[in-house]
Ligand binder design. Structure first.
Ligand code: 8IG
Length: 280
């Protein structure tokens, strides 16, 4: 292969782009210990996390898209939380914006390339489990990927991660969950069903998800978790329940409700994140 065509191929390879962006990030801000991806409604948690020492639009780095949904910031920050250096992604991109699985998990791959050995994936979700209430943080014990997609399809990953048949037996770290429960013993635990959206479910679909064993439903996280496990990162998943899933209460669903629940729970979930990071 000519130099030019091999270069073109590498530039199109999502793993290569992520490695480049992670290297660039390391050159700018140094190495980080843990990454945090903030979902919608989690913005208020930043204040409790630590001191934001750097921040830039995500699109400054190669491979990042501009997010489109209001309430999703689209920036990358460096946060000093006690002794730990946290790489903070404020806002993420979703499949429902028309992005590919590789685009959706780009931040995860960049975080790994920037030195992060663990990642905390947060989101806002609908509650299916009847013991949940809006404002409750729930630790993900497992997920059901109903997107029909994988971030590991497409080009073969480069060494040392060329095996793409990743084991997901313990997708969400038992150790990190134990730590989170020490910090906040009142958090819930449950299985997250990840769908493409952007429409919410019908009541019949929620009954199906319930029968499948899902406790939560949302439109993110599952592909990011798979990509992180592929890279050997330890994953903590936390949902903030912001609405009761369709057909399980008298209310209809709206996006404002999601943002309001986040406002109210901000300091609690912020303290949870900081507590986990301190004990990593
Ligand atoms: I917040 O009820 C939030 N995100 N699919 N269903 C789905 N995603 C959600 C929901 C919900 N609530």
């Amino acid at each position: 292969m000519s130099d030019r065509s091999s270069r073109r191929r590498r530039q199109a390879d999502p793993y290569f782009v992520a490695r480049g962006a992670g290297g660039q990030l390391g050159d700018m801000w140094g190495q980080h210990d843990v990454a945090v991806v903030l979902g919608s409604g989690w913005g208020e948690a930043v204040a409790a996390l630590g001191e934001v020492t750097e921040e830039m639009p995500a699109a400054t780095l190669p491979g990042f898209m501009a997010p489109t949904v209001e309430g999703h910031g689209g920036s990358i920050a460096s946060v000093l939380a006690g002794e730990r250096r946290v790489l903070l992604f404020r806002g993420r991109v979703h499949l429902y914006e028309g992005h590919s699985p590789h685009d959706v998990v780009h931040g995860v791959r960049v975080a790994e390339a920037a030195g992060c050995k663990s990642i905390i994936l947060t989101n806002a979700a609908g509650g299916i489990n009847s013991s949940y209430h809006p404002g409750l943080p729930v630790l993900l014990t497992d997920h059901i990927n109903l997107t029909g997609l994988s971030p590991l399809s497409g080009p073969a990953p480069p060494p040392p991660r060329s095996v793409r048949f990743v084991d997901l037996t313990e997708a969400y770290s038992h150790r990190l969950r134990q730590i989170a429960k020490e910090v906040d013993p009142e958090v819930g635990e449950g299985v997250y069903a990840g769908l493409q959206g952007p429409h919410y479910e019908t009541p019949a679909e929620i009954r199906m998800l319930m029968a499948m064993g899902a406790d939560l439903v949302g439109m993110s996280t599952v592909l990011e978790c798979i990509a992180a496990r592929h890279l050997g990162m330890e994953v903590l998943g936390v949902s903030l329940v912001t609405n009761v899933a369709a057909g399980l209460s008298d209310d209809l669903l709206d996006h404002e409700e999601v943002l309001a629940a986040g406002q109210d729970a901000g300091s609690r979930v912020g303290a949870l994140l900081r507590g986990v990071i301190d004990r990593l």
